[in-house]
Design a protein around this ligand. Structure first.
Ligand SMILES: O=P(O)(O)O[C@H]1O[C@H](CO)[C@@H](O)[C@H]1O
Ligand code: HPA
Length: 285
């Protein structure tokens, strides 16, 4: 488990290596690493060279930290995130959020690939996350378990306002202006640990408890980011339909997940690129 001092060291090391003082952090979901291409004057670091950083092991997650400027906003972008099923300690999964905070990041945009549970959703839809269900949390898996370091945040942080409502509205408006009305959604994301995809009975249960999409990430990062006071915006790309029915041969595959990411890359990039300059930061740069 990384200590506060180790987090400080990593943040200082990163600031030392390159000229950007990022105000915005981006996390790329499976197959969505192309978002990093939005950044100009890139400075790219491999996770393996960054002190205390875990390594990416999943296809579609390059394992690179990219610094750069997006229409004038200094950004840091994780091309590759960490998942519980890779065997990382939960506090390693959220370690980059602490590093973001200590580098001065104010707003985090998280993206993921997810299975659509809501029957009205189609593959390729973009779902603005309005809330989450931390199902592993019900079984005692929460990134804030253990001693609380007040330098990051409160022992008992609220999560009822985890997903910034102003940013949700902004994203919806930008999406409509870009002509995405037909495939922009707003819904609830539920995380599971994976790596096995869900059974039919599990998908039915998740839908009944109020989830619109299911994945294996994001929620832990969101909890950590909110704990240390960053604003959070997140969206899911619906890369596949969750299987809800015994009369079908349909099944989830990571290949389909990556393929949908490729197909929608252009629209996701346009959404983020249009949104970012409209996000007000408290600091000037
Ligand atoms: O959540 P991201 O990292 O986008 O990836 C999603 O896609 C993978 C499964 O295909 C899982 O890792 C799931 O969490
Ligand atoms: O159907 C899914 N289930 C869980 N995680 C996922 N990530 C992409 N698609 C899915």
């Amino acid at each position: 488990i990384p200590t506060y001092e180790e987090c400080k060291n990593t943040a200082a090391w990163l600031l030392d290596q390159q000229p950007f003082r990022p105000l915005l952090g981006i996390v790329c979901g499976s197959g969505l690493g192309g978002l990093a291409d939005l950044l100009k004057d890139q400075k790219v670091m491999s996770y393996s060279e960054i002190p205390h950083f875990p390594q990416s092991t999943v296809q579609g997650h390059a394992g690179k930290l990219v610094f750069g400027s997006l229409k004038g906003t200094p950004c840091v972008c994780m091309q590759g995130r960490f998942h519980l099923y890779e065997g990382h300690h939960i506090q390693k999964i959220t370690f980059p959020m602490k590093i973001f905070k200590l580098m001065g990041v104010e707003t985090v945009i998280l993206t993921n690939a997810a299975g659509g549970l809501n029957q009205e959703y189609n593959v390729g839809d973009i779902m603005i996350i309005k809330d989450h269900i931390n199902l592993p949390g019900f079984a005692g898996i929460n990134p804030l378990m253990g001693p609380n370091d007040e330098r990051f945040g409160l022992r008992f942080p609220a999560m009822s306002d985890a997903y910034d409502r102003e940013l949700q509205q902004l994203a919806e408006k930008v999406a409509i202006d870009l002509g995405y009305k037909e495939f922009i959604r707003r819904g609830v994301y539920c995380t599971l640990t994976g790596p096995s995809f869900e059974t039919i009975a599990e998908c039915r249960m998740l839908s009944m408890i109020g989830a619109d999409a299911v994945g294996m990430s994001t929620v832990h990062e969101v909890i950590a980011a909110r704990h240390c006071g960053m604003r959070v915006f997140a969206f899911s790309l619906i890369t596949n339909q969750a299987v809800m029915d015994y009369d079908t041969d349909m099944k989830a595959t990571h290949d389909e997940v990556l393929q949908t990411g490729k197909d929608r890359a252009h629209q996701l990039e346009a959404l983020v690129a249009t949104m970012v300059p409209l996000i007000k930061q408290s600091k000037t740069h």
